[in-house]
Every structure is written in structure tokens, then in C-alpha cells.
Design a binder for this molecule. Structure first.
Ligand SMILES: NC(=O)c1ccc[n+]([C@@H]2O[C@H](COP(=O)([O-])OP(=O)(O)OC[C@H]3O[C@@H](n4cnc5c(N)ncnc54)[C@H](O)[C@@H]3O)[C@@H](O)[C@H]2O)c1
Length: 386
């Protein structure tokens, strides 16, 4: 195991790039340079965050021999080409979700990753709330019994109004699916991670509550639109992607599932809820109470675990940095995921099984999403062929 400090380049400096930068710094690794849509943006953010290099282009960042790992935090349509370039240059990759905008692209990335001696991760960071690792340990131990139902929701309200705008709404930047790819993908990854059960069939009903939106003529960073825009000029843009969806699933053991996804649910800021029901007990989580894991029983009192490493199983303890009663939240998940990936890189055995979300997980999500699209279009159940 090397003790070398890893040097990181970050692409994309909007909402989530800085969350990666903070997480990387908290594990003691170094962000040596950043790239944004313009060098001015990169320089400004680099100065604010005391980062040495602001590259003029992604090519320039990839050509920098100082960089060991690239964190890709740019809009979805750029992930594929940026990941290909990074791998070909021998850089490890942590790519934001969705891994790509098509399953064809993600399949290619899986092959490239396999042929490389590199760590290639997808940032499904929500797994890294410690109690979600505990839920996984519970499900894997058999304490739930046979799992028959997996249900929940992922709800936000930041696209509620016709004046709410983001690049995610443009098919060519976000992909064909909008809310499902953006947040539904986190939920699907979460329940597959916890239960170990893959989604095998889907039935989807997609909704677009606002088919024509008012796009400000200036740039809008994610979530900032809720503060109101100073931009007086708009253009009307037709939108075809889903801003809400109702999904049914079949899982590989015969379990059935359902998910409501929405970015137009007034009052819901960022609510991910899941419940897994088995023949012996249930487990449930709500991201608005991130340190609590609910356990449901038929014949005895229900219980709530309040995150406490001393009470949790080893895998969950390993992703908790603070004692019980000291909340760990969204920014901590970036730190824990980066720690896992960067430790794997330092260990240097790239044939070892990865204990973080990989490009295979990212590809699976794209295949499920394409089945969801086909199901919505044809109004029928569609198999996930992987
Ligand atoms: N894991 C999570 O919880 C989470 C949360 C939010 C966003 N995301 C993902 O992160 C990615 C970015 O989303 P965001 O919300 O931060 O978007 P954003 O619009 O806030 O920021 C995007 C950034 O990318 C930059 N950019 C645009 N073109 C670029 C280029 N050619 N090269 C380099 N940088 C470029 C922009 O200048 C901006 O800094 C998306 O893929 C999104 O799905 C993940």
C-alpha cells in the first residue's frame, strides 16, 4: 500500500464539483487543478478555493503529468468523452452519474475500464450515508428474510415553475431521460446496492408537467435558479424529458418494486425514501433524517438505529467518521466515496474487487434507463437485458 498523496484534477465547478473538491481535501489528497466551461470560470473558482492550476481546456488538464485522478463533474453529455480521454491518458476516474447518456457509450467505457489498470468509479455517493451501509449489512445477513417488496420515492421541487431552468432539461446535454436519470438513478442504485438484487424488468409511466419552459438567456447553475433570476430575457423552449415518473420493477428474486420520482413536488427539497420489506422484518430510510434507520417487526416493537459506529456492522462503521449523535450528511458522502476509491488506487491491485460503485454499476443504470424509456413508449413491461 502506497502512502502517496494523490493529485487530482476536477472538471466542472458548478454545484457538485466543489463538493468533490471538499471531499478530496478532507481525505488529505490534493486538488492540483480545475477546468470549467471557460478558463475565467476555472481561474475564479481556483482562486476562491486556493487551487494552483486553472486549465484553459480539458485537454490541457489531461495532458498534465502531475494528475493521477480525474473527477468528472461536468454536464452529463460530456462524461463519455472526458472519461475516454482520461482512461487513454492513464488517469484514474471518478465520474459523476449518470455515467453517460446512452448504454452504448457506457458499455464502451466498461470495456475500456476493464482493459486498463485503473480505478473507474461512478459517484453514487448516496450509498455512503453510513446507515445505508448498515441497511446493506442487514439485508445481506438474511435478517429481513425473503425480500418481496422494495418501494419508495425520490422527490425534489426545484423544477416546479415554468421559469425553472437547467441544462438537464435539454436532451442533448442531459440525455433523453431527465428526472429518472438525474435522481431516479440514485434510488435504483441504492436499492440494488442494499439488497444485492438486480432490476430485471420495468414498467414506466413518464410525465412532463411543464412541456414549454422559459429559458433565461444567461447560464443557470443547478439549484441557484430557486433564488430567482436577475436575467430579464427568456426564450420559450419545448421540453420533452420527464420531470416526474411512476415506475414499477421486478427484481431477480421475484421481488416487486415501485418508485415515484419527481422534481416538481412542491415542498420536497431532496427527499429520498426507500423501504425494503422481507418475510421477517423491514428496513427503511428517509434522507431528510439521514442518521436514522428504521427497522419494522411484526411481533415486537419497531426500532430506530441512530447512527453510531459502535453499534453498527464493520462495513458501515468503515464509512462513518464521527461518533454517535454527530450527524454525517451529504458532503460526508463525497468524502467517504473518494476515500474508498483513492485507497483502492493506493493499494495498487487493480484486479481486486472494488468496494465502490464502478463503471459496471453506471452501465447497468443506463441499461435500466433505456428499458424504462422503451416501456414508457410502448406502454408495456420491458426486460432489462444485461
Ligand atoms: N452525485 C450527486 O449527488 C450529484 C448531485 C448533483 C449533480 N450531480 C452530477 O454532477 C454533474 C454536474 O452537475 P451540476 O449540478 O454540478 O451542474 P452545474 O450546471 O451546476 O455545473 C456544471 C459545471 O460544468 C462546467 N462545464 C460545462 N462544460 C464544460 C466543459 N466542456 N469542460 C469542463 N467543465 C464544463 C460548467 O462550467 C459548470 O461549472 C452532472 O452529471 C450531475 O448529474 C451529481
Amino acid at each position: 500500500m502506497s502512502h502517496k498523496k494523490l493529485k487530482v484534477g476536477v472538471a466542472g465547478l458548478g454545484f457538485i464539483g466543489p463538493a468533490h473538491i471538499e471531499g478530496i481535501r478532507r481525505i488529505g489528497d490534493e486538488v492540483v487543478g480545475v477546468v470549467g466551461i471557460t478558463q475565467d470560470e476555472a481561474r475564479k473558482r481556483a482562486d476562491e478555493l486556493f487551487i494552483e492550476k486553472a486549465y484553459a481546456s480539458y485537454d490541457e488538464m489531461i495532458a498534465d503529468p502531475d494528475i493521477d485522478v480525474v473527477h468528472i463533474c461536468s454536464p452529463n453529455y460530456l462524461h463519455y468523452s472526458q472519461a475516454v480521454q482520461a482512461i487513454k491518458a492513464g488517469k484514474h476516474v471518478v465520474c459523476e452519474k449518470p455515467l453517460t447518456v446512452t448504454a452504448e457509450q457506457s458499455a464502451e467505457l466498461v470495456e475500456l475500464a476493464k482493459a486498463s489498470k485503473l480505478a473507474c468509479a461512478v459517484n453514487y455517493n448516496l450509498r455512503y450515508y453510513p446507515v445505508n451501509h448498515e441497511a446493506r449489512a442487514i439485508a445481506r445477513s438474511g435478517e429481513l428474510g425473503k425480500i418481496h417488496a422494495i418501494h419508495g420515492a425520490y422527490l425534489q421541487d426545484w423544477l416546479l415553475y415554468p421559469t425553472d431552468w437547467n441544462w438537464r432539461l435539454l436532451t442533448k446535454e442531459g440525455g433523453v431521460l431527465c428526472a429518472v436519470a438525474d435522481i431516479g438513478s440514485h434510488w435504483m442504485d441504492m436499492v440494488m446496492f442494499i439488497t444485492g438484487l438486480k432490476i430485471t424488468e420495468v414498467m414506466a409511466d413518464l410525465g412532463t408537467s411543464i412541456p414549454v419552459r422559459k429559458r433565461p438567456l444567461g447560464e443557470v447553475q443547478t439549484f441557484v435558479g430557486k433564488l430567482g433570476s436577475n436575467e430579464p430575457a427568456y426564450e420559450e423552449v419545448p421540453v420533452t424529458g420527464d420531470d416526474y415518473a411512476h415506475l414499477l420493477f421486478h427484481f431477480e428474486n421475484g421481488a416487486k418494486g415501485s418508485l415515484v420520482v419527481s422534481q416538481v413536488a412542491a415542498g420536497r427539497k431532496n427527499t429520498l425514501r426507500y423501504e425494503v420489506d422481507g418475510s421477517q422484518s423491514s428496513v427503511a430510510w428517509n434522507s431528510e433524517r439521514p442518521d436514522e434507520l428504521w427497522r419494522g417487526y411484526r411481533d415486537r416493537y419497531n426500532a430506530v438505529l441512530t447512527k453510531d459506529p459502535s453499534l453498527m456492522q464493520p462495513d458501515a462503521r468503515a464509512v462513518a467518521s464521527y461518533p454517535g449523535g454527530h450527524t454525517e450528511g451529504f458532503p460526508d458522502t463525497f468524502k467517504q466515496l473518494a476515500r474508498k476509491v483513492h485507497e483502492y488506487i493506493r493499494a495498487g491491485d487493480f484486479s481486486a474487487e472494488a468496494d465502490f460503485p464502478t463503471f459496471e454499476d453506471g452501465h447497468r443504470a443506463l441499461v435500466v434507463e433505456e428499458a424504462i424509456l422503451a416501456s414508457a413508449k410502448n406502454r408495456q413491461w420491458v426486460s432489462v437485458s444485461l
